[in-house]
Design a protein around this ligand. Sequence first.
Ligand code: SIN
Length: 202
Amino acid sequence: MSANTISLNRKTDQLPDDGRPVWLFGYGSLIYKAGFDYIETRQAVVQGWKRRFWQGSHDHRGTPANPGRVATLIADAEARCTGLAYQVTPDVFEQLDVREKNGYLRLVRRLMFDDGAEVDGLVYIATEDNAAWLGPAPEAAIARHVASSEGPSGPNSEYLLELANALRIMDVDDPHVFAIEHHLRVLLEADHKPNYIDPGIS
Ligand code: SIN
């Protein structure tokens, strides 16, 4: 699959043409940096999926020559991923399809809310057949990769640390993200690089 998914995502018929709102599920940068208008946001869970830093980033946190590592969802029947669901109008996807163009497909997944309610929502997922895919690696190696990557949206470490902070505030345990964060903080400290801790939080 091409590294640019805009046209693939625009060919889907997921979006109501009468402007009715839909739910979007965010699990990576869409948690800590929405950057779009929404009607409502709620914590939500997608059953059967786990968050992994297995996707390459050519356009935000790295470059085609030196890709960064960012989050995607991986199918795992035993897993559940907690993120943020946003209720948005369909026009929001004009900008989101561009933001998520580097390998992410816009797919329909079942979202579960705390009160037991369930809805279908749209989720951007990068699958292993996309050109920017990097795949599994030990968490310490992912941290080294993240520590040394940077792209047009800023340092790759900012993405990881902002996400870890946001998950902590949401009271979500994600051992994969927190293990990478642990290794990364050691590397950043040794290098005297910014660790992005929000002074209001720590
Ligand atoms: C998401 O946050 O839901 C998708 C991946 C990303 O933009 O980081």
